[in-house]
Design a protein around this ligand. Sequence first.
Ligand code: MD5
Ligand code: FE
Length: 228
Amino acid sequence: APRVIAPGAVWLPGFLDEAGQAWIIRQYAQWRSGPVPPHATTIRGHPMSVTTIGLGWHWRPGRYDREAKDVNNELVLPFPDWMTRLGRQVIDAAAEAVAADPDSPASAPAAWGLDPGAYDPDVALVNYYDENAKMGMHQDKDEHDPAPVVSLSLGDTCTFRFGNTETKNRPYEDIRLASGDAFVFGGPARFAFHGVTRIHPDTAPSYARLDDLGGGRINITMRATGRK
Ligand code: MD5
Ligand code: FE
């Protein structure tokens, strides 16, 4: 069942069915073999342990760009319409879960940006985590639009650390995100610190194993950049 983790943070375990997970994993194989392959973004001289494909925009630390010049001088891949539809379905399910949650105020769905008709993401960051990859505690602040972030997990389970808006340290909650899970971060949760502390190898269900990649996890985050 869906769970409101904190104001603005809604976890939807098993949102994608088996066929939906397998379909997105096949899409990933196509993006990976396309003109803009996954690349490790370098932050202050250090390559990140995840590799990224951007759809709609190319993410660099601190800004979004149309040109992925550091990856073969290519233009970024387009943001697909099916992704917008899927994002709206996630927002819709989150709004329903929040409306049914006795601990969330009646104003919560609107205050947290959970309006499927208004949800118009223009970038998806598709991150691949091998079994040793991590993502340190950070805030996602490069977007100039307060729209919620929709996150989808595929492949192996990870431990996701959901923190607070003030510090990288406690209090935080560790959550295992499994293949097919969706998560929405809006309203007061939009700028919370968060990270991925570990990948749990060989935990993907058979239909979602990333066999071509030797296992691991894919995370898709949809965002609205607020840029033209
Ligand atoms: C992941 N990815 O599971 C996470 C999930 C990233 C990233 O952190 O930046 O690619 S998405 C998490 C997210 C986004 C916006 C706000 C919050 C979490 N939050 O308030 O916790 O690989
Ligand atoms: Fe993030």
